[in-house]
Design a binder for this molecule. Structure first.
Ligand code: ADP
Length: 471
């Protein structure tokens, strides 16, 4: 079986969040079983020299909306992962990944070029698309290019759908027959993700709980009715993490690597981070947040609760970047000496924070899967999470377990039904009492560090999904 995996981000080439990790990890694991080819845009920011990216002989012209787009295809094999890169200046040369007013054209060109590449140059059995940026390839593959392959769409976050003015229909040669309520039309606009859902043979989300949640008004982002209509092809497969990449015993970012049998080095890692960030008294519990600063992540509630506990004997570190209002909100915490706010994207520092922290905070209002809580558990940091989506599937509250082991997918942490200040405070009190019980804390850390959060099980589930579809 040959699988083409198309996405707008892929670790290690280009990453703005969990999508890149997920697609990269899945590609790597799938290629152990089947021929797997990734296809992504060749953004200007991608380091062609480092990754050995070379031009191929493949080049073609797309005629879209009476304009011609000359596409060039590049190729690389890096760490065993075969990747084709699609290059056109409109798609690849903008300053940011997604903050462009031309996104319909950019990712429309990407979807067309992907279909031409697949039809004329790759002999594939499965086209696996990820999120709205590649979703348009589903209607194009089925209704325009008539590719003879199975098409799977994975939704990593339903909040982002790729909705554009209906002029995109002509700009991208979609044909007005696709602009109907059952296909791409969405309140008189074009919705790429909706088109993908309509035409894919199977639609998956990145956790079982999120697959159930998105058919409800609370989580469905106005597509709940449409998703309900397509529910028979909807399933949830929990993401994994790349356990070779995220391995505290071999992580070059750590001065004191450790595994579950040598936790003394985790303590040294914590002392080193406290020194690095000028946090006093490293014996205090260290609470951390690493992630995008966005509404979804419950930042408002996080900031409120930190204000409420600023006198408590805790250290807190936030590493994040994102929306201006949440960066400003976080900055208001800078006056507390036990709170460190670092507003940037820093992969190496994130690893040192995962490794050093005792507790990892994820009060997300919704979370399709979430990778950060799994990385935290792998680095021995106990997650404190809102019980939603993938957080619900991967973290069991230690108070609910009463001595039993959690489900096969979950590690041990603290769950919150909501993330209002009162519930959050209650969770922090539980965390402090756990911190005071060294033996229990160590038992949970060791359990989580030994848990299999790898891509092994998810990759087998995707293979079963591909095979279940009619060729
Ligand atoms: P999402 O995809 O919604 O952003 P996930 O939890 O699925 O959230 O994945 C986030 C990934 O991005 C994790 O690998 C996390 O460590 C990383 N990350 C997010 N923000 C930062 C940051 N400021 N610095 C370093 N890594 C970050």
């Amino acid at each position: 079986m040959t699988i083409a995996m198309a996405a707008s981000e892929l670790f290690p080439y280009v990453k703005s969040g969990g999508l890149a990790d997920a697609v990269g990890g899945l590609c790597k694991e799938l290629s152990r079983y089947e021929t797997t080819i990734a296809v992504i845009p060749l953004y200007r920011s991608i380091d062609r020299v480092r990754f050995g990216i070379k031009p191929t002989e493949i080049a073609f012209t797309l005629e879209l909306g009476k304009k011609a787009y000359d596409i060039k295809i590049y190729h690389a094999v890096f760490e065993g992962m075969e990747t084709y890169f699609i290059y056109h200046p409109i798609l690849c040369d903008s300053d940011t990944l997604y903050e462009s007013s031309d996104n319909d054209l950019r990712f429309g060109v990407f979807a067309h070029a992907l279909c031409v590449l697949a039809a004329d140059h790759l002999s594939i059995d499965v086209l696996h698309l990820h999120d709205w940026q590649s979703a348009l390839a589903a209607p194009l593959a089925k209704a325009v290019y008539k590719l003879e392959c199975r098409v799977v769409l994975s939704i990593h976050n339903l909040a982002f759908q790729g909705v554009f003015a209906k002029e995109a229909v002509e700009r991208l040669n979609l044909g007005w027959e696709l602009f109907t309520m059952e296909r791409l039309e969405f309140y008189d606009q074009v919705n790429f993700l909706k088109g993908g859902i309509a035409y894919a043979d199977a639609v998956s989300t990145v956790s079982p709980s999120y697959a159930l949640e998105i058919v409800s008004a609370e989580y469905g982002a106005q597509l709940e009715g449409f998703l309900l209509h397509h529910q028979e092809k909807l399933s949830g497969i929990l993401n994994g993490i790349d356990t070779v990449e995220f391995d505290p015993s071999h992580d070059p970012s750590l001065g004191h690597p450790f595994d579950a049998r040598h936790l003394d080095n985790k303590r040294r890692q914590k002392e080193a981070l406290c020194d690095e960030l000028s946090l006093s008294d490293s014996r205090r519990p260290l609470l951390a947040y690493v992630g995008r600063l966005a509404e979804q992540k419950g930042i408002r509630e996080l900031v409120e609760v930190i204000r409420a506990v600023q006198d408590a004997p805790l250290n807190i570190v936030i590493l994040g970047s994102g929306e201006g209002i949440y960066e400003s909100l976080c900055k208001t915490l800078q006056r507390y000496e036990n709170v460190k706010i670092i507003l940037k994207y820093d992969e190496a520092l994130s690893r040192r924070i995962y490794a050093a922290s005792d507790f990892f905070l994820m009060p997300s209002t919704f979370e399709p899967c979430g990778l950060a809580q799994m990385i935290a558990m792998r680095y021995g940091s106990i997650p404190i999470v809102r019980r939603t989506g993938g957080l619900k599937d991967t973290v069991a509250d230690f108070c609910d377990l009463e001595g039993r082991a959690p489900s096969e997918y979950a590690g041990i942490g603290i769950g919150m039904e909501a993330c209002d200040v009162e519930t959050f405070m209650h969770a922090l009190i539980k965390a402090l009492s756990l911190y005071g019980n060294e033996a229990m804390m160590r038992e949970f850390i060791v359990y989580n560090m030994n848990k299999d959060f790898s891509w092994h099980r998810p990759a087998l589930a995707y293979l079963a999904l591909y095979r279940s579809l009619n060729p």
